[in-house]
Design a protein around this ligand. Structure first.
Ligand SMILES: Nc1ncnc2c1ncn2[C@@H]1O[C@H](COP(=O)(O)OP(=O)(O)OP(=O)(O)O)[C@@H](O)[C@H]1O
Ligand SMILES: [Mg+2]
Length: 587
């Protein structure tokens, strides 16, 4: 009888003559069959009443009743564009914003085998009313999971983007999904867009989603913290991870076929989610069609950088440093710590997955370093060297731009930055981060208390961070012990001793146009300055030399170094015997 009702309601859509006929039979001259007419045709008034009150077609919103003075004068209509959909056309109401989940990306087998995910697949196959909330920070990842779930349940999925309280859109979605025997997916739109942190931007806090009365399973995704499920409906959370290494490798193999071992190398370098890997593969293939060149790891790295760069927050700079270990002059222990930190990335699959330290010690993929030491001792440079050695980009954050005077903003800025760094898998450098992690003890003004709240956020976000984070600071004493404890490496950068100063001079000066090489040894022994001063003096001396004669003479170096002392407001110790000073420069 329900199908008959739908057919009856759809007839005016089928032929204008039928619409005319219904108009002549309708007491209010509307081109729709009335309930009275339906009652006449079915001959079962009680059954009809029941169906129109709670039958599936009405509950799913496929069949709607127009207003009317009496029950039997109300008209029966089919939901907007549903008649076309039932006829097999992919028709949708115009005002609906459709979301296409795309194909299922390769590399989700391990994820699909997780118990919670298997429950979700079973839920999609059942008729029970249930909200399946997909937990993913990123929309691309969430959509890939919806595609995989529906595929595993053997049903298509149809998605719509709408606000959580847009009941009309949700009703239309559910009706059209039912007409196609598909799983409905609601992508919750927030006022600030559907970005990762857009949720709170709406101002009113998380939106309320009430699907009470909606039949069957509904998939829902919302940006994090943007949604508060309400109402009478069982909720099932669907995690988006973990994705085992093997699956990430499968994803890379499918996205970028190449020589044996390439998939492993790509996985180590870009342990992306399979959904993102597939997107990068698309980028690379499309690029290679345009350029006619190869589609390999280098192109993959480039497109990842491009995708990431497009969504970087303010105050963040992404670069591809090329500074080898030989650029960094450090004593044995600090140097060894830096190398060990890089090695952690390489061996994370072995230690965490094969040896099981992920479970045993709750160890994560992330590596956290704190570099402390006097100004100009090479901390920022070390971050570049680390990124170079790890074969990744460097995401440098200007901490002063991140710290906001607006309550709550700093935390949001930090969250966006950490998310972005995880997406690109770049080494994250929070340079001169002291402003963020001053000891929590000294709470005086409102501003200080606020800074401490941020410290708390930073602490727990660092715990979860699954990439390499490098923080630098001039003042070890200022740093909260809770912070130090969470660091995997705390590396102290000492001022260079005489031998290292000699190395630093040689490193920063060109080998050829130096008049007197032994002068460098003398400079190293007489002036106890940090590496940055040596670097600056070397550059300045080279320019002085270029001005007069193209040979770098000791006098140039002395003059440039004296200027470094002056910059720092420190008295210049004078020129040692054995080096010609200004006199020679003038001759
Ligand atoms: N240990 C070092 N080895 C090699 N070069 C160094 C070293 N220390 C300083 N330099 C040179 O000085 C420049 C500036 O150093 P860098 O900016 O890395 O110091 P920093 O410790 O970050 O200083 P700050 O605390 O002021 O930020 C480097 O780019 C490099 O050329
Ligand atoms: Mg620095």
């Amino acid at each position: 009888m329900e199908t008959d009702l739908l057919l009856l309601a759809g007839l005016p859509e089928e032929h204008e003559g039928l619409a005319d006929t219904f108009r002549s039979m309708n007491p209010r001259s509307e081109p729709t069959p009335t309930i009275g007419l339906a009652a006449l045709l079915t001959g079962d008034r009680a059954g009809l009443r029941r169906l129109l009150a709670q039958g599936p077609a009405v509950r799913h919103g496929m069949l709607r009743l127009t207003d009317g003075p009496t029950f039997h004068e109300r008209g029966l209509i089919v939901a907007d564009r549903l008649w076309d959909a039932l006829a097999g056309h992919d028709a949708w109401p115009e005002h609906l914003s459709r979301v296409d989940v795309g194909a299922v990306p390769p590399g989700l087998d391990g994820w699909l085998a997780l118990p919670q995910v298997r429950h979700a697949v079973r839920a999609l196959g059942s008729a029970d009313a249930r909200t399946l909330l997909v937990a993913a920070a990123d929309e691309t990842i969430a959509l890939s999971r919806c595609a995989a779930l529906a595929h595993a349940a053997g049903r298509p999925v149809v998605g719509v983007r709408a606000a959580a309280d847009d009941r009309a859109a949700i009703t239309a979605l559910v009706a059209h999904a039912a007409a196609r025997d598909a799983v409905p997916l609601l992508v919750v739109e927030t006022a600030g867009g559907t970005g990762t942190t857009g949720g709170e931007a709406a101002g009113g806090g998380p939106a309320r989603l009430d699907l009470t009365g909606v039949p069957g399973p509904v998939l829902v995704w919302a940006p994090s913290m943007a949604l508060r499920p309400a109402g009478q409906r069982p909720l099932l959370g669907v995690p988006s991870g973990p994705v085992p290494v093997e699956d990430r490798r499968t994803a890379w193999r499918a996205a970028l076929p190449g020589p044996p071992g390439q998939d492993a190398a790509l996985t180590a370098r870009h342990p992306l989610d399979p959904a993102l890997t597939a997107a990068v593969g698309e980028d690379v293939r499309s690029l290679s069609r345009l350029s006619g060149t190869g589609a390999g790891p280098r192109e993959a790295t480039e497109t990842i950088r491009c995708r990431a760069g497009a969504e970087l927050p303010d105050g963040v700079r992404l670069s591809s440093p090329a500074a080898g270990w030989d650029r960094l002059v450090l004593p044995g222990e600090p140097a060894a710590q830096l190398r060990d930190a890089v090695a952690r990335l390489e061996h994370s699959a072995l230690v965490l997955d094969e040896w099981g330290l992920r479970e045993r010690a709750r160890a994560g993929h992330g590596v956290r370093l704190l570099l402390t030491g006097a100004p100009g001792t090479g901390k920022s440079l070390a971050a570049e060297v680390i990124a170079t050695a790890a074969g990744t980009d460097l995401m440098a954050v200007d901490v002063s731009q991140v710290v906001s005077k607006w309550l709550g903003e700093t935390e949001k800025n930090l969250a966006a930055i950490f998310d972005a760094a995880e997406r690109v898998q770049a080494v994250l450098l929070l340079d001169e981060a002291d402003a963020l992690f001053a000891a929590r003890t000294a709470i005086s003004g409102a501003h200080d208390r606020w800074a401490n709240l941020e410290t708390a956020y930073l602490l727990q976000r660092m715990d979860r961070f699954d990439g390499m984070a490098v923080l630098t600071s001039n003042l070890r004493a200022n740093i909260d012990p809770a912070f130090l404890r969470r660091m995997d490496f705390v590396v102290e950068f000492p001022l260079p001793d005489e031998a290292r100063r000699r190395e630093l001079w040689r490193l920063h000066l060109p080998a050829r146009p130096i008049a007197d090489d032994s002068a460098l040894d003398l400079l190293a022994s007489v002036y106890p300055v940090p590496g940055a001063w040596i670097r600056n003096a070397a550059v300045a001396a080279a320019f002085l030399a270029a001005q007069d004669g193209a040979t770098i003479r000791p006098a140039h170096l002395i003059k440039a170094l004296a200027r470094e002392y002056a910059k720092a407001g420190r008295p210049f110790p004078g020129v040692p015997a054995g080096i010609a000073g200004d006199r020679e420069e003038q001759s």
